[in-house]
Write a protein that binds this ligand. Sequence first.
Ligand code: ADP
Ligand code: MG
Length: 232
Amino acid sequence: MFIDVSNLKKSYPSGVVITEVLKGIGMKLEKREIGVILGPSGSGKSTLMNIIGGIDRCDSGRVIVDGIEVNDLNDDRLIDYRREHVGFVFQFYNLVPDLTVGENIEVVSNISKSPLNTDEVLTAVEMRDKKYRFPRELSGGEQQRVSIARAIVKNPKLLLCDEPTGALDYDTSRSILRLLQQVNQKYGTTILMITHNAAIAAMANRVFKLRSGEIVEETVNQTIVPAERIEW
Ligand code: ADP
Ligand code: MG
């Protein structure tokens, strides 16, 4: 099993009250699969993803990614895990405004040791001709393509996408989701994606429904819908 999460719990203090945001999550994903976490705002999706990606820590439970017991890593090793193995894509792209497209990819640490180079990933996301543009000169969909290029330049084992189409119109969303399916196929990258849009679940191998910090349903899709055919 590539991702193996069991009995994961996380609480945040809010004033004098402690809110349990994840209440004993269990989920598994095989290597090269696409998993979707589906749930309403505030259900704990980002918290779960951030713990799997080593941005945040759990209070208890286990998170194993490709044999690495993430919950056991000390702070330095957690940073190494994140840098070496995980790519992140966020809703609002998180590009550096003062850097060109190419430079945004080259800010990735240890880029010289990356298995892929800037031109390769820009070609993969069909943005090679925009290498010297600035983020403000690009549409939202194009900015998201660049952020995907940045996330995959290290050829991470795991790509975590937090509402990657949350700020995009339906047609652009389809093309970004299609790109993620292509990355999954071409590089064999395991992808875990967050969404509150149930239609997106059709393109995944496994779907985890999250409600108030609990997985209330898991679906295994027998047929995967190519993203360009998602019906909204
Ligand atoms: P989702 O991504 O599903 O919208 P989140 O995981 O972002 O949900 O948040 C789940 C709950 O945890 C929310 O009620 C949110 O306010 C709370 N929360 C998230 N991060 C923090 C934090 N760093 N400190 C305190 N509360 C937090
Ligand atoms: Mg969120």
